[in-house]
Design a protein around this ligand. Structure first.
Ligand code: NAP
Ligand code: MG
Length: 475
């Protein structure tokens, strides 16, 4: 049992000023695995005060000191590898292979990459008539969702610490333990007191409190569009800067020279990874009409290569949904797909055979989907794919761009010119050609309703800075 009812404020683990707690459930067993405190406004105030007091000195630290700090964090993070993998697997239900290869590794890479970039990040620029200096933004409030318990908070923390800003952060209450472990990492790495403060609690009290707090200068939020809107509304009251990393409904465009099995794997792995709970997941596959039937056959044949089950089992590809609510949402969308006349290729409603305990879904694909229907337009956040056929590439690109989102896109095929043409035409923040590996130095973020701003690498640091122009600077 993980009982962590303390908050981390001003360099110390302290009791919450309230008595309420929140239970954390393992979605594979449906059992309680621990509790956190349900933080109060007073807890948040104390944390913001600590961050505000730490800012004048931390913002003046030397670049070299901050590079060293990020490197120490990466080392301390690595020392806790097994703990991170176990905690993420238990609280989120992501398969142990995904927890290790993706969850653990992404969190680590942000610290390593940011340390590298910080070494020669341009904090000032001399122009002919002016001198431009970039100052740390101040106190940042960080709010993160449950689907990547270390990745999202690590990119924000790495950028904030690189910039010289101080932070108060609130992880999702469904997956708080990885953040608590990360806070231990911060402490062990020598983050000065007050620079990083953790307040656990609900979105309505602590999350809302962050976006409306007068002493917070910048809110970096990752989560749903609905809460993103609320964050902007709150932040608008005192003109706080916001950055938003929101949802998606990303396309996979399969070219007519693509290998059909590769295309089927792209579609299957996009929805099955992290049980479809990935903001940048490709969830709409566009396939040339002539390849449709072969594609459907390949999906039916290959789906068994993505075993669903106990996330602690090394052979499992896909664990349960994070919660019962999320499982129900997925079920409702599958029903909507059926009601709207889409045709099931694999999967469907209910739990996979033999998995009665745990919030397990089935890997589900629909074809002959109306592109205006709910399953084609709305983010499901579960292992559900919609497949569309196209006659011309222009038609595919136009349809691929027809959603309110623009977070990611995928292209599968062979001809280099066509791959590049499609990648450049998609209106989204990150396009992946033929499963290329992630680049932690490159920006991540969304067009349209997928968000505002960019994270990762130098673009991530930039979000935590204010540009100042000095005219008449003595040379
Ligand atoms: P969510 O409900 O918006 O929650 C995100 C965070 O906001 C949680 O920490 C939550 O706290 C908090 N929160 C809830 N209500 C709040 C309020 N009124 N004010 C301030 N904070 C509040 O999202 P989710 O269901 O956890 O995550 C799924 C969503 O995140 C999906 O839409 C997904 O696409 C998106 N996402 C985007 C990215 C990206 O980089 N673009 C990455 C991952 C996920 P509690 O946990 O305590 O409720
Ligand atoms: Mg945008």
């Amino acid at each position: 049992m993980y009982n962590y009812t303390k908050q981390f404020i001003n360099g110390e683990w302290v009791e919450s000023t309230g008595n309420e707690t929140i239970d954390v459930i393992n979605p594979a067993t449906e059992e309680k695995i621990g509790t956190i405190s349900s933080g109060t406004e007073e807890d948040l105030d104390k944390a913001v005060q600590a961050a505000k007091e730490a800012f004048p000195s931390y913002s003046q630290t030397l670049r070299e000191e901050r590079v060293q700090l990020l490197e120490n964090i990466a080392k301390e993070y690595e020392k806790r590898k097994d703990k991170f993998i176990n905690i993420i697997t238990e609280e989120l239900g992501s398969s142990v292979q995904f927890s290790e290869e993706i969850q653990y590794t992404m969190g680590l890479n942000h610290f390593k990459e940011t340390a590298k970039i910080l070494r020669d990040f341009p904090f000032s620029e001399e122009r002919e008539d002016s001198y431009i200096q970039k100052d740390a933004i101040g106190v940042a409030g960080l709010i993160t969702p449950w689907n990547f318990p270390t990745n999202q908070i690590s990119t924000k923390l790495a950028s904030a610490l690189a910039s010289g800003s101080t932070v108060v952060f609130k992880p999702a209450s469904k997956t708080p333990f990885a953040s608590i472990l990360l806070t231990e990492v911060m402490d062990a790495a020598g983050v000065p007191k007050g620079v990083v403060n953790l307040v656990n609690g609900t979105g309505s009290t602590v999350g809302n409190g962050i976006s409306s707090h007068p002493d917070i200068d910048f809110v970096s939020f990752t989560g749903s569009g609905k809460v993103g809107t609320k964050t902007m509304e709150n932040a608008a009251q005192d003109i706080k800067k916001v950055s938003l990393e929101l949802g998606g409904k990303s396309p996979i465009v399969v070219l007519d020279d693509a290998d059909v099995d590769k295309a089927a794997h792209a579609a299957l792995s996009n929805i099955a990874s992290n049980t479809g709970q990935v903001c940048s997941a490709g969830t709409r596959t566009f396939i040339p009409r002539s390849m449709h039937d072969q594609f459907v056959d390949a999906v039916r044949r290959l789906v068994d290569e993505y075993p669903v089950g106990d996330p602690k089992d090394k052979n499992t590809f896909m664990g349960p949904q994070v919660s019962e609510d999320q499982w129900k949402t997925v079920q409702e969308y599958i029903q909507k797909g059926i009601d709207d006349g889409a045709e099931l290729i694999v999967g469907g409603k209910g739990k996979p055979e033999g998995l009665d305990t745990g919030y397990y879904s089935r890997i589900t694909m629909f074809t002959n989907v109306d592109h205006d229907s709910a399953i084609a337009q709305e983010e499901i956040f579960g292992p559900v794919m919609t497949v569309f056929t196209y006659d011309t590439l222009d038609e595919a690109i136009e349809l691929a761009n027809t959603t309110v989102y623009g977070l990611a896109g995928y292209v599968v095929g062979e001809d280099p010119d066509t791959l590049a043409k499609v990648a450049k035409s998609l209106r989204a923040g990150r396009i992946t050609i033929n499963g290329a590996a992630a680049d932690f130095s490159a920006p991540f973020g969304g067009f349209k309703q997928s968000g505002i701003g960019r994270e990762w690498g130098d673009y991530g640091i930039e979000e935590f800075l204010e540009a100042k122009t000095i005219l008449g600077m003595p040379k």
